[in-house]
Design a protein. Structure first.
Length: 293
């Protein structure tokens, strides 16, 4: 681990009234049989460094939004129960951007994400369904952010510098889309996320197994070879067909030549009996007559 900030998406944020109040689980307690894509999971014994703290700072997209940047949206309160850490707060409805964020919360497209300093995070290896998993022994929550709620909430802990999320302006644009347009974009994202899930699952079950991209490349190569073979077979068939036509023409010319030869023999026999089929040559006739005498 290093000093960079790590983030881990939490649960969906829901509006609790129409005055800007919201709440949701920023951390959920599970077990070795229910882990994220990185193989991590929280337990009630995870050290979250929330002791002697009454509130946590709230940001939007971990301060990476081009509009709000690192502006603090306010503070949120939290409480721990058997499910996880419930975080709640209220956004100022007199602020234009905060009001838009609350509208997105009411639409159910926002979720929590917690940030922790990398070198303070500690894991312990455990045994899960697919092999080795890791219990988060310590995840010192430094801040809580409102982020776009992913279609698959079980995301892995990633470095903040690798974190990407739609900007607030982009979210406002998405909120104005029709149902058909929104479903089309969500379908495309789900397709990409499904490919990533399959690839990650293959890696967990068998690290040496080919990934989805490898299978796709292999299928592309096989498809290309198949097309080449089909084209080559088509070329061979055309060549064979042309050769048969040429051979047929040769046979026809040969038959025509033989017919013309026979016709020429008959014409010669009528013009001169010496050229009739079976007729002796002149010198052979004279030789036969001399011998006869």
């Amino acid at each position: 681990m290093n000093d960079e900030m790590l983030i881990l998406p939490g649960g969906i944020v829901k509006a609790t009234d129409d005055e800007g109040r919201f709440g949701g689980y920023a951390v959920r307690f599970t077990g070795p049989m229910d882990v994220d894509l990185q193989g991590d999971f929280f337990t009630p014994s995870t050290e979250l460094d929330l002791e002697d703290r009454q509130s946590l700072p709230l940001y939007f997209s971990h301060g990476k939004d081009p509009v709000l940047q690192d502006r603090k949206l306010g503070k949120v309160s939290f409480k721990t129960d058997d499910v996880g850490v419930w975080v709640s707060g209220q956004l100022d409805q007199h602020d234009r951007w905060l009001k838009k964020i609350f509208e997105l919360i009411k639409e159910g497209v926002m979720g929590y994400s917690t940030g922790a300093i990398g070198h303070l995070v500690r894991r312990a290896e455990r045994q899960g369904l697919a092999g080795k998993v890791y219990e988060l022994l310590r995840w010192g929550v430094g801040e809580v952010s409102l982020c776009v709620n992913p279609a698959e909430p079980r995301n892995a802990a990633i470095a903040l510098k690798s974190f990407q999320t739609p900007s607030l302006k982009e979210m406002v644009r998405l909120s104005k889309l029709t149902d058909v347009e929104r479903r089309r974009e969500q379908t495309a994202k789900l397709r990409e996320q499904s490919r990533a899930l399959v690839e990650r699952a293959r890696g967990l079950l068998d690290p040496s197994a080919p990934t989805v991209s490898t299978w796709a490349e292999a299928q592309t190569k096989l498809r290309g070879r198949h097309e080449e073979n089909v084209e080559e077979r088509r070329t061979i068939q055309l060549t064979v067909a042309k050769a048969r036509e040429e051979f047929k023409k040769v046979e026809e010319l040969k038959a025509e030549y033989e017919r013309l030869c026979k016709e020429q023999e008959r014409i010669n026999a009528r013009l001169n009996p010496r050229f009739a089929p079976g007729a002796m040559p002149r010198w052979a006739t004279r030789h036969w007559q001399c011998n006869k005498k």
